[in-house]
Design a protein around this ligand. Structure first.
Ligand code: UT7
Length: 334
């Protein structure tokens, strides 16, 4: 990314893992005032996956990391750093990175969590690339992992139908080929958006008490329409800015990889960017919004299906709570 670094950070392996338990729209229609038709037409979601009660976020993360390491043919001991993007850590602390490190036996690495909601993976990937470009590390693992089913109110039709659980990872390594890998990024936060999407209790502002639990303050709260409009504008405008900065026309982009919160947001974003939907990665119909796992799971699935070619330009873009948003230009290198 930096003109001054000797190497670029390229994605040398990807992997994803989704829970076995499939929860269809009909499940929610069986006990809430909603329908399969409403959910499909308003969000594009048909089903999502939920982890079991005894499976925390780290369970999904470990499976996705194991798949990634297997695809690269290396052991966890070779990792230098693990960065975990999540809003659903196993516990507030220790970090989920520490929990994962022990579970996979990554004896020679350090790590930490990044909390940037739906932009967690984009922010983590941009951060990870810096450790490679600086020469400090050779193998950095970035994983987006979530158990959203643990923090949504299953009685609130406004939110419970939207989210899902899952995990996906990228392994980053150095390359001397400066025309490959993480090429550029534009990242933003704006705290004014905080009031539209947040989890009110469980932190130091509103520590968990009987009263906070009685009021359901431990759950996701969202003003959907306010987030919707900002998400379309936020993702489309910085993606165009990133393309212009790098002299790319829409024809030069193999795939737009948008955060998967709502198919209508994805379509409106593609329209605003003048990119055809055939060039947009979509898996929301199967998994819903898996927060920090949406972007890497799309890339991993499309890669597994042989749809991404070496040299392809991918624009990864996200928008989420905070507000947080960002776009990364990634030139595919495997
Ligand atoms: O990933 C983080 C970022 N998050 C996002 O980007 C999400 C952005 N927002 C959205 O995706 C959409 O705003 C939603 C899917 C959350 C909602 O869709 P909408 O088209 O914006 O609906 P709305 O909020 O304007 O609600 C329209 C109606 C309301 O009823 P009234 O007040 O008009 O009677 C809602 O109560 O739809 C109702 N509604 C539902 N009806 C049936 C909301 N949820 C449901 C539901 N089933 N599940």
């Amino acid at each position: 990314m930096s003109k001054f670094s000797k190497v670029n950070a390229y994605v040398s392996a990807v992997g994803h893992w989704m829970p076995r338990r499939v929860v269809t729209n009909h499940h929610f229609a069986s006990y809430l005032d909603t329908t399969d038709e409403w959910i499909k037409t308003r969000t594009g979601i048909s089903e999502r996956r939920f982890l079991e009660d005894d499976q925390p976020t780290s369970y999904a993360a470990v499976k996705a990391i194991e798949a990634t390491l297997e695809n690269r043919g290396i052991s966890a001991e070779e990792l230098d750093l693990i960065i975990v993007a999540t809003v659903t850590p196993d516990m507030i602390y220790p970090s989920t990175a520490c929990i994962i490190q022990e579970k996979i036996g990554a004896k020679n690495c350090w790590g930490y969590d990044i909390l940037a909601a739906c932009s967690g993976f984009i922010f983590s990937l941009a951060t990870a690339a810096q450790f490679i470009e600086s020469g400090m590390h050779k193998k950095v693992l970035v994983v987006g992992a979530e158990k959203m089913s643990a923090i949504v109110n299953m009685q609130d039709r406004n939110t419970c139908v939207l989210f899902g659980d899952g995990a996906a990872a990228f392994l980053l390594e150095p390359t001397e080929d400066k025309s490959m890998g993480v090429m550029d990024s534009i990242l933003h936060i704006d705290g004014k958006g905080g009031k539209f999407l947040f989890q009110p209790a469980g932190g130091s502002l509103n520590p968990t008490t009987h009263a906070t639990v009685d009021k359901g303050m431990q759950f996701v709260h969202q003003e959907g329409q306010a987030v919707f409009k900002e998400a379309v504008k936020g993702m489309a405008d910085i993606s165009v800015e990133l393309m212009e900065k790098n002299n790319l026309k829409s024809g030069d982009v193999a795939f737009l990889v948008p955060h998967q919160a709502n198919l209508r947001i994805i379509q409106a974003c593609a329209d605003r960017m003048k990119v055809g939907m055939d060039k947009v990665m979509v898996n929301i119909q199967k998994y819903g919004n898996t927060t920090s796992a949406t972007i890497p799971s799309c890339v991993s699935e499309y890669w597994q299906e042989g749809k991404i070619k070496k040299g392809d330009n991918l624009i990864l873009t996200s928008f989420g709570a905070g507000f947080t948003w960002g776009s990364i230009l990634l030139k595919w290198g495997i």
